[in-house]
Design a protein around this ligand. Structure first.
Ligand SMILES: [Zn+2]
Length: 135
């Protein structure tokens, strides 16, 4: 809250500085009225931040499972296709898929909020809605 004092001439209603004394510079008469204005400060920066906590529902989990299965399935097929073509040592070729799977699962866990929002977005896209008129 801030308090501000404002003063006016009693006769011509022109605003005067609160410290003004003596006759009004506008009309020459003496006398002023003052009023204290209280105002709430707007635009105070709030230090509060909101946390949106989201939980995986069965539905979101199912969607995520389907997405991951599709991805790993597709990626597995590609990997089998290119396995012989990549000039890498065999042990590395065998370790790489496991590494990538864990890396992806880590990203899903790390970005779980975004992943969850993405599954919900997909869910909304997938849901077909129909308005049924009731008699
Ligand atoms: Zn005046």
């Amino acid at each position: 809250m801030t308090a501000k004092v404002r003063c006016w001439c009693q006769h011509c209603q022109k605003e005067l500085p609160p410290s003004h004394t003596g006759p009004c510079p506008h009309c020459g008469k003496t006398g002023k009225n003052c009023k204290v204005e209280m105002r709430a400060n707007v635009g105070i920066k709030s230090t509060l931040s909101a946390v949106h906590e989201a939980h995986f529902s069965d539905r979101s989990f199912n969607i995520l499972s389907i997405l991951l299965t599709l991805f790993f399935g597709l990626w597995g097929l590609i990997w089998i296709g290119v396995y012989e073509l990549i000039p890498l040592p065999t042990w590395l070729k065998n370790v790489l898929p496991v590494f990538i799977v864990f890396f992806l699962l880590f990203i899903v866990w790390w970005q779980r909020y975004r992943v969850l929002m993405f599954t919900r977005w997909l869910d909304r896209k997938a849901v077909a809605r129909k308005t049924i008129k009731s008699k």
